[in-house]
Design a protein. Structure first.
Length: 76
């Protein structure tokens, strides 16, 4: 997967929902679609009103500390 602003990523929920929506719109899949990515699988469900529900495993992949400068910039 390639995400704008992030580059290569093992998985993307928003991209998976977009792909599932296009496939559903083209009548290529049913209401439930399993999207497989390097980082794991997501089950996407799209109802008749085009509400999208995403279900999948959650894993921590990184840990970090924000600098005081960044936190100050975010408060502006």
């Amino acid at each position: 997967m390639w995400e704008r602003g992030a580059g290569f990523t093992l998985a993307s929920g928003s991209s998976s929902c977009a792909v599932a929506s296009v496939l559903r719109r083209m009548n290529l899949v049913d209401e439930k679609v399993k999207i497989k990515m390097l980082g794991g699988e997501l089950l996407i469900r799209i109802d008749a009103a085009w509400n999208i529900e995403m279900t999948g495993e959650v894993r921590q992949i990184a840990e970090g500390t924000l600098s005081n400068e960044l936190i100050e910039d975010l408060d502006k």
